[in-house]
Design a protein around this ligand. Structure first.
Ligand code: NAP
Length: 262
């Protein structure tokens, strides 16, 4: 990837949600290594401060820590106040979490929070920061979807549906912004090294390194509308799209039942 081109196209500031862990932390690292200043958003302030310090020392970039709970109704005003005057050329809508279990047995409040963090917040941030990008005629937005965004998944019903939302929103925005200088990508990983499984209460089987997932996302931005890291994940998505959804629903449901922790 050409560092100068990346900076010109997506700089000077990137905003990464969920920067305190896993894929978002790795996005922050790789984006800083490409020379962009980074706005770090998540709830765990201490982790963000420590990451900010590391990125500034390692890459000589500027950082801004904006501790935020994206499930809150009015989260945007705090983020916008903190970033006032900064030109955000790259938005990584990464923050998200999953829940495991049958929907009716799961806690409704948590499921609503999931919708807010995984869907509502990315929508609001894309609208808030995408409009200035469109006016400037340059920029990029990455949405974290998932392999499970391509199908319904029993025991992950709300989570998989939220990732389908991210995938379709991203793909449609990519189309709407064609020729206007703003690139939109849906990044759809399978199991990746992160805290995701711990939060979702599932086992982690053969995870991909977050660094590999992020590298592919940054490479495909501006070239593709959807990127699926890893040959096995690409094969899975291929078969999910080839066969009736009844098949994938059943296969994924059985897999999550196996991975679910007692
Ligand atoms: N890991 C996988 O296997 C996998 C596979 C496919 C897709 N994904 C997607 O990748 C994205 C990143 O997840 P990850 O795998 O890196 O998991 P992770 O390590 O658990 O990271 C999740 C991030 O989201 C943030 N977050 C969660 N709730 C939040 C809230 N209410 N407000 C603000 N930030 C919040 C967390 O920060 P705080 O807790 O500090 O707020 C954390 O930084 C998610 O959208 C997930 O759906 C992951």
């Amino acid at each position: 990837m050409n560092r100068n081109h990346f900076k010109e196209k997506y700089g000077p500031w990137a905003l990464v949600t969920g920067a305190s862990s896993g894929i978002g932390l790795e996005f922050s690292r790789q984006i800083a290594a490409l020379g962009l200043n980074v706005i770090l958003v998540a709830r765990r302030k201490e982790r963000l401060l420590s990451l900010a310090d590391t990125l500034e020392k390692a890459h000589g970039v500027e950082t801004l820590v904006v501790p935020t709970d994206l499930s809150k109704e009015d989260f945007l005003s705090g983020v916008q106040d903190a970033t006032k005057g900064l030109e955000v050329g790259l938005l990584v809508n990464n923050a998200g979490f999953g829940t495991t279990g049958t929907l009716l047995e799961n806690d409704l409040e948590t499921e609503i929070k999931l919708l807010h963090v995984n869907c509502r917040a990315p929508l609001i941030l894309a609208h808030a920061y995408g409009n200035p990008m469109k006016t400037r005629g340059r920029g990029g937005i990455i949405f974290l979807s998932s392999v499970v965004g391509f199908t319904a998944v029993p025991l992950w019903s709300n989570y998989a549906a939220s990732k389908a939302y991210d995938l379709f929103l991203s793909e449609a925005m990519n189309h709407e912004l064609k020729g206007q200088g703003v690139d939109v990508l849906a990044l759809c990983p399978g199991t990746t090294e992160a805290e995701f499984q711990e939060v979702a209460n599932t086992k982690q089987v053969m995870p991909m390194p977050a660094a590999v997932v992020v590298r592919l996302g940054l490479k495909k931005l501006g070239h593709k509308s959807v990127a699926v890291p890893g040959i096995l994940n690409r094969l899975t998505v291929f078969f999910v799209q080839l066969f009736p959804r009844l098949w994938s629903r059943s296969v994924f449901g059985k897999a999550i039942a196996q991975l679910r922790k007692p």
